[in-house]
Design a protein around this ligand. Structure first.
Ligand code: MG
Length: 415
C-alpha cells in the first residue's frame, strides 16, 4: 500500500495514543490523540497515564479559567522534567492532556475549537501561554499587542472563514512508494480538486527525484507550486548539494531537509538554496526550537503540529511568534486525526491573529478521516470551517473497538 511512505519512514503503522477525559456529566467529555507510527504508542500511553493524575478532580470552569497554570504544571513536574525538558514522550503526553481539555472546554461551550479560541480575549490567550524561555523574542505585552491589533478584523475574518475556509495543499499524490503512474494520476486528480500546491516526498535516490519531478513538472506546467519533503534524511551539505541538483524544477519549499533540532543547519541551507523556501516544524519539539528557527532566519514556512508540542497552549505561543516574524504558519497534518485537529489552529490564526492570506496553506492527506466524528471537509482546495463543538480529535467508538491494540477485532484477524 505504502500510503505514508517517505525516505525516513519506510514502513509506517499509523497509530495513535488516544485520551478521553470524563466529567461527572456522562455527556460531557474531552478527547485528543497523539499520533505515532506504531510501537512507540505503548510508551506514549504510559506517559499520558502518569500525567492525567494531575488533572483529576478539576472543575471544568476552574480548569478553563486556569488552563495556563495547568499547562505550566504539566511541564514543570521535576521528576518528569528530568526526562526532557519539553521534548519527546512526556511533552507530547502533556499535549494530549491539554488538547483533550481544550476539546472538553469547546464541547462545554458548544463551539468548535477555532471559534472558542477566536472568541477569547487577548488577555485570556496570553494567560494560556507559558512564556518561559521565549521572552527574549516575545513578551506577554508584545503578544497582547499582536492580538489587540487583530481584534478589529475578527468579525470580517470570521465571515470569510465561514464562507470560504482556509487554503489547503495536498500530499496525497506524493508518497515515495507510489509508482509514477499512480503519482501522476493522483496529481491530475488533485489539480481537478482545486489544490494549488502539491507536495512530493523526496530523498531516496537523486535520479528518482529528478525523474519524478520532471514528470510532475511536465504535467502541472511551470507556474504550479511544487513542494518537496525529505523527512530529515540529509546532512546539511548533502541537502544543499541535492537541492542544487533539483534547481531546474523551481521548487516552492523543501521540507525537513535535516534533523529538526539543527537550527543552524537549517539556517545555512536556507541561505544557500534561496529562493527555495525552507519549511520545518512537524517534529520541532517545542516553542524554544521554533524561536531559534525564527531568530536565525532558518525557515520561511513554519509547520506546527497539533500533537507534537504541549498542546493548544504551546501552539498559541508558536503562532504568535511566527506572527511577529511575519512567517506564515502552514500546519503539518496527515497521520491519524492531525488534519481534524490542526485545522482549528490555522482557523484561529486566520480569524484572530494574522488574518486571511494565501501564504498560509494547511496540509491535507486523504486518509483515515472516516474514523472521526467530525471529519475534515475540503471544498475547492479549501478546508471549510467545522461547526460542531470540539477540537476534532474524537473517534467513533466502533473504530476504537475494532482497532484497539492488541484485543480489537482487527488484530485478532491479523494474527
Ligand atoms: Mg513532512
Amino acid at each position: 500500500m505504502l500510503d505514508g511512505s517517505d525516505a525516513m519512514n519506510q514502513d509506517p503503522d499509523y497509530s495513535a495514543a488516544y485520551i478521553k477525559i470524563n466529567t461527572t456529566d456522562p455527556a460531557l467529555y474531552g478527547n485528543a490523540l497523539v499520533f505515532t507510527t506504531g510501537r512507540g504508542n505503548d510508551v506514549q500511553i504510559e506517559a499520558i497515564r502518569m500525567l492525567v493524575d494531575q488533572i483529576s478532580d478539576l472543575d471544568v470552569d476552574d480548569a478553563f479559567n486556569n488552563i495556563g497554570e495547568i499547562a505550566r504544571k504539566l511541564s514543570r513536574n521535576s521528576h518528569i522534567r528530568w526526562l526532557g525538558p519539553d521534548v519527546g514522550v512526556f511533552h507530547m503526553a502533556a499535549g494530549a492532556v491539554l488538547n483533550a481539555l481544550w476539546d472538553l472546554f469547546a464541547k462545554a461551550k458548544k463551539k468548535p475549537l477555532w471559534k472558542l479560541l477566536s472568541d477569547l480575549t487577548p488577555e485570556q490567550v496570553v494567560a494560556a501561554i507559558d512564556f518561559r524561555y521565549i521572552t527574549d523574542v516575545l513578551t506577554p505585552h508584545e503578544a497582547l499587542e499582536i492580538l489587540k491589533s487583530a481584534e478589529a478584523s475578527k468579525e470580517k475574518n470570521q465571515s470569510i472563514l465561514l464562507e470560504r475556509g482556509v487554503p489547503a495543499y495536498t500530499t496525497s499524490p506524493g508518497w515515495l512508494g507510489y509508482s509514477d503512474e499512480k503519482m501522476l494520476a493522483l496529481t491530475q486528480q488533485a489539480i481537478e480538486d482545486g489544490f494549488k500546491l502539491i507536495k512530493y516526498k523526496c530523498g531516496g535516490l537523486i535520479q528518482d527525484d529528478q525523474r519524478r519531478l520532471k514528470l510532475v513538472r511536465n504535467l502541472v506546467g511551470r507556474e504550479f507550486k511544487i513542494a518537496i519533503d525529505a523527512n530529515q534524511v540529509w546532512d546539511v551539505d548533502q541537502a544543499i548539494n541535492w537541492l542544487k541538483e533539483l534547481k531546474e524544477f523551481d521548487l516552492y519549499w523543501i521540507e525537513e531537509p535535516t534533523h529538526p533540532e539543527d537550527v543552524l543547519g537549517h539556517a545555512r541551507i536556507a541561505r544557500e538554496i534561496a529562493p527555495i523556501k525552507v519549511a520545518t516544524g512537524e517534529m520541532a519539539n517545542n516553542r524554544i526550537i521554533f524561536k531559534q528557527l525564527l531568530q536565525s532566519n532558518a525557515i520561511s514556512i513554519m509547520q506546527i503540529d497539533a500533537s507534537r508540542v504541549a498542546g493548544v497552549n504551546e501552539n498559541l505561543a508558536n503562532i504568535l511568534m511566527a506572527a511577529k516574524y511575519k512567517i506564515p504558519v502552514c500546519p503539518h497534518a496527515g497521520g491519524v486525526g492531525l488534519c481534524e485537529m490542526v485545522q482549528h489552529l490555522a482557523m484561529f490564526d486566520a480569524v484572530a491573529v494574522t488574518g486571511h492570506h494565501e501564504r498560509r496553506v494547511v496540509e491535507f492527506v486523504d486518509h483515515l478521516h472516516e474514523h472521526f466524528l467530525t471529519p475534515v471537509s475540503i471544498k475547492d482546495g479549501f478546508y471549510t470551517a467545522p461547526l460542531l463543538p470540539g477540537g476534532g480529535g474524537e473517534m467513533f467508538d466502533s473504530s476504537i473497538q475494532e482497532f484497539l491494540y492488541p484485543h480489537g477485532e482487527y488484530w485478532s484477524v491479523q494474527k
